[in-house]
Design a protein around this ligand. Structure first.
Ligand code: PLP
Length: 400
């Protein structure tokens, strides 16, 4: 990766706005002069001479060696993400989970402690408790909006604080600046999984985060095609993560990087449209007689509304709501839909609907579910870009 300071001085995009960066940042052109980003499907690279090969391998000369280490298409994606997050550097990974795993393995050691929001992606919880635990890294989970619980959770070995905001599925909003400050007082790194907002709506580095993680699989792709992830932040930390990826192999596929580059070009437009549709659906559900409660930070009655206004430029595409009744009534609404997809994925132009208590959060004990607010009558919707009237009609079928 280029030296950041030198790069800036001569970069025509220095100071450019997000919409420009999303379309232009990171692009390099080959001698063919292609206008769109080139897709370099190659696992290795040839050298001009034995001496050049030796220098590339030793690191004396910069350049490509093997696509587990670097690939020009992946590099374009990494530089574009770094520009959008306002980060010094970024590194792509094979999936969002690979980004989280690589960050933890690279930056933690046996005996270290992770302090993690209770409301994180289910597989993140499994990774931390079932697997990192085996290697002597322990994790404590905290109610994300209880700052005294965060404070009390730190130990002398806490090295990493991990959050998502807004949370899934209840859209709790975490005060990033406050938690960043607290984390730094304790000498730990503040890591934010920014998957739900993307840099189009929220840039956590501005609020003191040290590292950003994405599942590019979601909104960055935006059309449900490819798996990928990325870690962005200070070069010093990203280089550590890169070192692990090169050795262990969870590298991003160049084809996927190319799809993500195209996704980034329309990211802001899509995120604003997702947010607009989600807000309209949340307002409609909020006024529906068969709905008990709606969770969406765009509603002024939501606990996290003011904080979301401060941290985010829009409220995102995910909402959840409780129907009147229990599991039977919730399942009835889900099964009556004919347009929405019954799938746990999110971040797609296609709207998805899911019953968290029996799917994404199904492995939680009844006590954990109660504590996290995952009731049997809760439904989560990742609102897509279909016509809002059709989405309302789709839900109305089962709401009676
Ligand atoms: C999907 C998701 C992940 C995991 O990403 P994969 O690309 O599926 O590995 C991590 N965090 C959040 C918030 C997610 O939604």
């Amino acid at each position: 990766m280029d030296n950041f300071e030198n790069h800036l001085a001569e970069d025509p995009l220095f100071g450019a706005a997000l919409d420009t960066l999303a379309i232009r940042a990171g692009q390099t052109r080959s001698h063919e002069g292609e206008h769109s980003e080139a897709l370099y499907l190659t696992s290795s690279y040839v050298f001009g001479s034995a001496q050049e090969a030796a220098e590339r391998f030793s690191g004396a000369q910069e350049g490509n060696v093997y696509s587990r280490y670097t690939n020009p298409t992946v590099r374009m994606f990494e530089e574009r993400i770094a520009a959008l997050e306002g980060a010094e550097a970024a590194v792509g990974t094979s999936s969002g989970m690979a980004a989280i795993l690589s960050t933890c393995i690279a930056l933690l050691k046996s005996g270290d402690h992770i302090l993690c929001s209770r409301s994180v992606f289910g597989t993140t919880t499994v990774l931390f408790t079932k697997f990192l635990q085996k290697f002597g890294v322990s994790t404590t989970f905290v109610n994300p909006t209880d700052y005294s619980a965060w404070e009390a959770g730190f130990t002398a070995n806490t090295k990493l604080v991990f959050v998502e905001t807004p949370s899934n599925p209840l859209c709790d909003v975490i005060d990033l600046q406050r938690l960043a400050d607290l984390t730094h007082v304790h000498g730990a790194l503040f890591v934010v999984d920014n998957c739900f907002c993307t840099p189009a709506l929220q840039q956590p580095l501005k609020f003191g985060a040290d590292l950003i993680i994405h599942s590019a699989t979601k909104y960055i792709d935006g059309q449900g095609r490819c798996l990928g992830g990325v870690v962005a932040g200070a070069k010093q930390h990203v280089d550590e993560v890169l070192g692990f990826i090169r050795s262990a192999g969870p590298s991003m596929s160049p084809f996927n990087a190319w799809v993500f580059l195209k996704g980034l070009e329309t990211l802001r437009l899509r995120m604003e449209a997702h947010s607009r549709n989600a807000l309209a659906l949340a307002q409609w559900l909020n006024a529906h007689p068969q709905v008990e409660k709606v969770f969406y930070a765009g509603l002024p009655t939501h606990m996290g509304h003011e904080l979301a206004v401060k941290q985010q430029s829009a409220f995102g595409g995910v909402l959840s709501f409780r129907v009147k009744g229990g599991r039977e009534e919730a399942w009835k609404v889900i099964d009556a839909t004919r347009i929405m997809s019954l799938t746990a994925n999110l971040g797609d132009t296609k709207t998805t609907i899911v019953h968290p208590a029996t799917t994404t959060h199904g492995r939680l004990s009844p006590e954990q579910k109660a504590e996290a607010g995952i009731t049997e009558n809760l439904i989560r919707i990742a609102v897509g870009l279909e016509d809002i009237a059709d989405l309302k009609a789709d839900l109305a079928r089962g709401l009676g």
